[in-house]
Design a protein around this ligand. Structure first.
Ligand code: NAD
Length: 496
């Protein structure tokens, strides 16, 4: 039997994270396989955590099921207070949390700022959800009848999250689920079990969440992830990750009638019309392609640029890309380009670049890697069918595709299975809106780039980019169920 350890209320990369968290206990599970946690900048092993087996996920679901009904009965102010306390703790432990994001996740300062800052705002907002499960009274066509529509928690929410923005993308599901009276089983990504999972368990434990309401089981996708999605006790499976894995997760969830909340991949276009403010468009292009090394579902995957401004846009983007500082974010706050998360991701990015050049594109800058550090890369003469354009490359790569007409830009933008985020630049905002309205994407930004998230606006994709939306009222819908109760206040006449 595995050893149960006392948790250390410490938030830093050097704290003891070597356990899974089930039913309020930190369990070393020493007989399980291990997941090594690496610093991608140095290749150094920071530590290791147990890799949950199917039975550990089962134990987590049992604990979550036991805890959920009591938690749902607590008053909204109590649930809100726990979530609010988590937000305060995140503020108190800012340095330790930033360190974890930098060391485990390779996050440079601008990535930390947005992930850390966004998490604080988001968790504060999520605390309010406890009071926002509103119902309503509806009219009835039956004389003397009252219709009451109530919202109640969905039940147990299984959460599976990715490594790229691990804290934010796990907590954007966990905090609302808990505020709304659900319990949670969280399976973080293999590369970031601390930021995406164990850190969140510790914060909620410190905030006084009752045992079993949140359970965290680090593990691999095929075992722990598959069981998290397939477990019959889950009522919602909230998955953020690739479209490929999301398809399987969705099928497994629906198999036992759990609601599949799926946030998947993207191939996001930035469209630059010939009348665009080029300074603004290039600034947006640099940020949207290279923030967090392009390892972002909503980063600019393709730049579609009108032929009249193509050369100017491309040369400015390449110059700016070549100036971005590359390095270990823990050494230097001025670093913009940190490491790619692991070798397999790096190899995939380099392969897309190589294949695209082989297919006839020109490498304007970048294209090389030193360890896990891939140079910001700009490719011109790109066609939509080339590998770096038709695939989600998930790296610091900016393929630039020329177009002649608005119709062609729209056709190119939509020529992908994905539909997550997009942007259109034009000095004529009405024209930009007309083009934008014809682009298939769940999120659209005029005269800005594609990487935008706000706690109270819907976040989600169309086509193969997912099902449903996170944030604000939209996540309240996904993590609650409606129930219709009718009350007959006077005797009713029946036809027989
Ligand atoms: P991934 O799909 O490989 O892994 C995501 C999570 O799913 C991990 O925790 C993994 O262990 C788990 N998983 C893998 N296979 C599974 C399976 N068969 N059953 C259950 N769980 C499984 O994705 P990734 O490489 O971690 O992240 C990158 C991908 O995520 C990109 O495609 C990116 O666009 C997407 N993403 C989407 C959003 C969004 O909000 N739409 C946000 C971030 C990342």
């Amino acid at each position: 039997m595995a050893e149960v350890v006392e948790s250390e209320p410490e938030i830093s990369i050097d704290a003891d994270w070597d356990a899974m968290y089930v039913d309020g206990e930190w369990n070393r599970a020493e007989d399980r396989d291990r997941i090594d946690v690496l610093n991608p900048s140095t290749g150094e092993t920071i530590g290791s955590v147990p890799s949950a087996a199917t039975e550990d996920v089962d134990a987590a679901y049992e604990a979550a099921t036991r805890a959920q009904s009591e938690w749902a009965k607590t008053t909204p102010d109590k649930r809100a207070a726990v979530v609010r306390r988590v937000a305060e703790l995140i503020e108190e432990y800012e340095d330790g949390i930033r360190e974890i994001l930098a060391v485990e996740g390779g996050s440079a300062r601008p990535k930390q700022d947005i992930e850390y800052g966004g998490t604080v705002t988001f968790v504060h907002d999520a605390a309010s959800f406890a009071f926002r499960m509103s119902g309503r009274h509806n009219q009835s066509k039956i004389p003397g009848k009252e219709n009451i529509i109530q919202r109640k928690p969905a039940g147990v929410v299984g959460v599976i999250s990715p490594w790229n923005v691990p804290l934010k993308l796990s907590i954007r599901a966990v905090a609302p689920a808990i505020a709304l009276g659900n319990s949670v089983v969280l399976k973080p990504a293999e590369d970031t079990p601390i930021a995406g999972g164990l850190l969140i368990a510790r914060l909620f434990e410190m905030a006084g969440l009752p045992d079993g309401v949140l359970n965290v089981v680090p593990g691999d996708g095929k075992t722990a992830g598959d069981r998290t999605a397939s477990h019959p006790a889950s009522d919602v499976v909230a998955f953020t990750g690739s479209t490929e894995a999301g398809k399987l997760v969705g099928k497994n969830a629906v198999e036992h009638f759990a609601f599949p909340a799926l946030e998947l991949g993207g191939n996001n276009p930035q469209v630059v019309l010939e009348d665009a403010d080029l300074d603004q468009a290039v600034d947006a292009g640099v940020f949207g392609s290279f923030w967090h090394q392009g390892q972002v579902c909503i980063s600019i995957n393709r730049h579609l640029v009108h032929e009249d401004v193509y050369d100017e846009y491309a040369s400015r983007l390449a110059e700016r890309a070549s100036e971005l500082k590359i390095g270990d974010p823990t050494d230097d706050d001025d670093v913009i380009i940190g490491p790619i998360i692991n070798e397999s991701q790096r190899d995939g990015i380099l392969e897309y670049i190589e294949q695209t050049v082989e297919a006839g594109a020109t490498l304007e800058t970048g294209g090389n890697a030193d360890g896990l550090f891939v140079e910001p890369t700009v490719l011109t003469g790109v066609e939509n069918s080339m590998p770096a354009a038709c695939n989600e490359h998930f790296g610091p790569v900016a393929p630039i595709i020329p177009f002649e007409t608005e119709e062609e830009a729209i056709e190119l933008a939509n020529d992908t299975d994905y539909g997550l985020s997009a942007s259109v630049h034009s000095a004529d905002r009405g024209r930009a809106r007309d083009v934008a309205d014809q682009i298939e994407a769940g999120m659209m930004h005029i005269n800005d780039q594609t990487v935008n998230v706000e706690p109270h606006t819907p976040f989600g994709g169309t086509k193969s980019s997912g099902i449903g939306n996170y944030n604000g009222d939209w996540i309240i819908d996904e993590f609650t169920e409606v129930r219709w109760t009718s009350v007959q206040r006077e005797p009713r006449g029946y036809p027989f």
